[in-house]
Design a protein around this ligand. Structure first.
Ligand code: SAM
Length: 282
């Protein structure tokens, strides 16, 4: 008799994913980690019963959080990833040959070790790339103390609960800004606006104080239910969000990326926000 995994993230809205086979289910130092197989989405990773990533749709989220800021920046050599324990974000970032260094700061070593073993289709050897500097630490503490500087910061966090809560604070964002080079870009996982509007509003309020250009872009990831997901955008170089599609095309071709979701046209369209999202970001 197959089992069902119920996600308990939203008050009035729940989803269940069919569990064909449980591969792992145990507590780590920080959270309950469960991995199971689902005929449609492949291997599914949940933390504290919240879907983090699946083999089936991870490409959408990882491509839009990695390629969009790196191609918008145009000269990104040093990239910071906060969270991202499954390795899928680092994998997409490391596809850019022009990127010389990636520091990934993940709080839970269990997620990394586990993903290396059970999610090779997502991390694809990223943890063995010599350009990757993996730091097991709280991302908020890391950005408060590091002397390193980065051109792009990607906050691939859990939702604002448990260890991830601190990654949605103004202090954290201000410290990330401190670590950015001039004209550097921060992008954030900001939930699904229709169900998690307050999360986006909070981040945009902080970005509005910290950055000359603060906005968000959208992409729909099937297992992040409730409509399009918002990704926060902050930089002091307001020209980066206004780049013409032709210029993005040139950069995309030069990077020689093979993608299944990201294109320069999708990039531009992702910043076109419907009024209900515009209202949330003020
Ligand atoms: N894409 C997913 C989402 O949108 O929910 C997130 C995926 S990734 C697995 C999230 C990672 O953030 C987890 O591995 C978790 O351990 C890590 N994390 C949570 N809080 C953290 C913190 N304070 N510092 C660093 N990593 C953290």
């Amino acid at each position: 008799m197959s089992d069902w995994s119920e996600e308990i993230l939203h008050r009035d809205f729940r989803i269940k994913l069919k569990v064909d086979r449980v591969l792992f289910d145990s507590e780590t130092e920080h959270q309950r980690l469960k991995l199971f197989e689902n005929a449609t989405f492949g291997r599914v990773l949940t933390l504290d019963s919240v879907t983090q990533t699946t083999e089936g749709d991870e490409f959408i989220y990882h491509e839009m959080m990695a390629h969009l800021p790196i191609l918008a920046h145009g000269r990104a050599k040093r990239v910071l990833v906060i969270g991202g324990g499954d390795g899928g974000m680092a994998e997409e970032v490391l596809k850019h040959k022009s990127v010389e260094h990636v520091t990934m700061v993940e709080i839970d070593a269990g997620v990394v070790e586990f993903s290396k073993q059970y999610l090779p289709n997502i991390c694809k050897g990223a943890f063995d790339d010599p350009r990757l500097n993996l730091v097991i630490a709280d991302g908020a503490q890391f950005v408060a103390e590091t002397q390193d500087r980065f051109d792009v910061a990607i906050i691939d966090s859990t939702d604002p609960m448990g260890p991830g809560e601190v990654l949605f604070t103004e202090t954290f964002y201000a410290n990330v800004k401190r670590c950015l080079t001039e004209g550097g870009i921060i992008v954030t996982q900001n939930g699904v606006p229709f169900l998690q509007g307050g999360e986006l509003t909070g981040t945009m309020r902080a970005f509005g104080k910290l950055f000359r250009d603060a906005s968000c872009y959208l992409a729909t990831i099937p297992t992040y239910v409730g409509g399009p997901m918002a990704m926060g955008w902050g930089t002091d170089d307001a020209s980066l969000r206004q780049l013409p599609e032709e210029e993005l095309n040139k950069r995309f071709m030069a990077a020689g990326l093979e993608t299944r979701y990201y294109t320069p046209a999708v990039h531009k369209a992702a910043f076109a926000l419907p009024p209900y999202v515009q209202e949330l970001i003020g």
